[in-house]
Design a protein around this ligand. Structure first.
Ligand code: NAD
Length: 489
């Protein structure tokens, strides 16, 4: 039966029969559910609910907020399986990948539990005669989070728990393609004791986003999605005087040096490139070599390893690659595979027409590998966001580094080498926000912060970790002098 995913405003579910958007089951290609789009009126209700909840919540001691977050984390742990099942149902990725991604979100909630110490300010005694100086960080008010389809649980968890830990209230707009996991997560927050109105959820698309990012009572916007929309959200929200962080797309290079352990590199790159069907902003999508011998050896090792990957429904055991998110996205990825052939790249593996027999109408695509890709080809320059890995052969370290640095995107990158000095130079010189040294997907742990460079980010402050504590608070600095009650005789 087709299900409807409601909004959640002031602790109440709200199912409205307004304009509807279909939710697909990508494994069988069928419409499984729908969301009704929150228009201006519904967004006004959600923001009003968050604004009303703000005075009491921001005045709640941080230790009390932390206690609620500890309960929230415990509930997330208890419900991990169910949350992962919701991710797989609407996104399609395997249950193992789904659980792993939700776990990465829970790790950020764990960081948020330490909010009393994250909010500690600085104090300097006697900065002038009889004068002390101290700083504090105070919440902003109503914050908004707009999230993409590829991590239905993780990215909402990278946003609202820290925002509310800092004393803000929140309106979350999950991707309309995968709304159920985020809604369940916010229901668990309510169960943990987060008061009604502190976290609200509105479903929808551009209409909802526009109403949120221009709303007079919204103070800050966190966005994750494709670069064109990230730029649009950034500029629009900035023009409406919001604090904004907007994270965009990616094209992540992995430089494999001639001295690398190629078996280790191949195993790591294959999982980093094809996990979640390549629908990851930190997926490795380009392998770079600086000599033909390494490139030839890598391609030879890639072939059997990639051919061994099993494509199928995310709920089936031992599957490596689930379906793509929608038919439209499948067509987009397929058009890049066709383009790569037209542009003259050498096809090593083409899984784009693969059929999964038990799920013929699912949006499945097998892995594809191109060699001899040139930097002027669009399959190199543009984000494909599917199971397509390309190999670019350069002549030396400097030209490889220069090529990576000239790319429009700068989210993540990695180097495989056994030479510490080369790795150090790479990490220092590369114009990319997150760097892996013999680590293929260098997503920072929650005590650091996440964020790319160039067209992978619009703004300059990262998600989660200490950067997010700064993003979700404003600094106040007090310079204080106290006179004695009676002047000393
Ligand atoms: P998307 O940009 O299509 O959608 C993201 C959000 O924006 C959704 O909530 C959607 O409803 C909303 N939206 C869509 N069109 C809009 C418009 N015209 N105006 C206003 N809002 C709009 O992205 P997606 O397809 O859901 O996600 C995939 C993209 O996200 C990829 O480009 C991927 O690299 C990127 N991504 C980036 C990161 C990162 O941290 N840098 C993480 C995950 C995904």
């Amino acid at each position: 039966m087709v299900y409807g995913v409601p909004h959640l405003i002031n602790g109440e579910k709200l199912q409205l029969e307004k304009r509807k958007l279909d939710i697909y089951n990508p494994s069988n290609g069928e419409v499984a559910g729908y969301v009704s789009v929150a228009d201006q009126e519904v967004v006004d209700q959600a923001v009003a609910s968050a604004l009303k909840a703000f005075p009491a919540w921001s005045a709640t001691p941080s230790t009390q907020r932390a206690k609620i977050l500890f309960r929230f984390k415990a509930l997330l742990d208890e419900n991990l399986k169910e949350l992962a099942a919701l991710v797989t149902q609407e996104h399609g990725k395997t249950l193992i990948e789904a659980a792993g991604s939700v776990q990465r979100g829970i790790d950020v909630v764990e960081f948020a539990c330490g909010i009393p110490s994250h909010l500690k300010g600085d104090f300097a005694e006697e900065v002038a005669s009889g004068i002390d100086s101290y700083s504090m960080r105070q919440p902003l008010g109503v914050c908004v989070g707009i999230t993409p389809f590829n991590f239905p649980g993780m990215i909402p968890l990278w946003m609202f728990p820290l925002a509310i830990a800092c004393g803000n209230t929140f309106v979350l707009k999950p991707s309309e393609k995968v709304p159920s996991c985020a809604l369940k997560i916010v229901e668990l927050a309510k169960k943990a004791g987060v008061p009604d109105g502190v976290v609200n959820v509105v479903q929808g698309d551009k209409e909802t986003v526009d109403a949120l990012i221009t709303h007079k009572d919204v103070n800050a916007v966190s966005f994750v999605g494709s670069s064109a929309i990230a730029e649009y959200v950034y500029k629009t929200a900035i023009n409406h005087n919001k604090r904004v962080q907007a994270f965009g797309g990616a094209k992540n290079h992995c430089l494999v040096m001639p001295d690398a352990d190629l078996d280790q590199a191949v195993e790591a790159i294959v999982l980093a490139a094809f996990g979640s069907s390549g629908e990851r902003c930190m997926a490795i999508s380009v392998v770079v070599t600086i000599d033909d011998k390494t490139a030839d050896a890598l391609v030879e090792k890639f072939k059997p390893r990639i051919q061994a990957l099993k494509v199928g429904m995310g709920t089936t055991a031992n599957i490596d690659i689930g379906p793509l998110i929608t038919k439209a996205h499948w067509e987009k990825v397929k058009s890049y595979v066709d383009l790569g052939k037209k542009e003259g790249a050498k096809v090593i593996l083409d899984g784009s027409d693969l059929e999964v027999t038990e799920a013929k109408n699912g949006f499945f695509m097998g892995p594809c590998l191109f060699d001899h890709v040139k930097p002027n080809m669009r399959i190199y320059q543009e984000e494909i966001f599917g199971p397509v890995l390309i190999v670019v052969r350069m002549n030396n370290f400097d030209s490889a580094l220069q090529m990576i640095n000239q790319h429009d995107y700068g989210n993540g990158t990695a180097i495989y080498t056994r030479d510490g000095y080369t790795a150090r130079v790479f990490a220092e010189k590369v114009q990319v926000g997150m760097v892996g040294i013999n680590v293929p997907v260098p997503v920072p742990v929650p005590s650091h912060s996440f964020g790319g460079w160039k067209r992978s980010i619009f703004s300059d402050i990262g998600m989660y970790g200490p950067e997010a504590v700064r993003f979700y608070t404003k600094l106040k600095t007090v310079t204080a002098r106290w006179y004695p009650k009676e002047k000393a005789k």
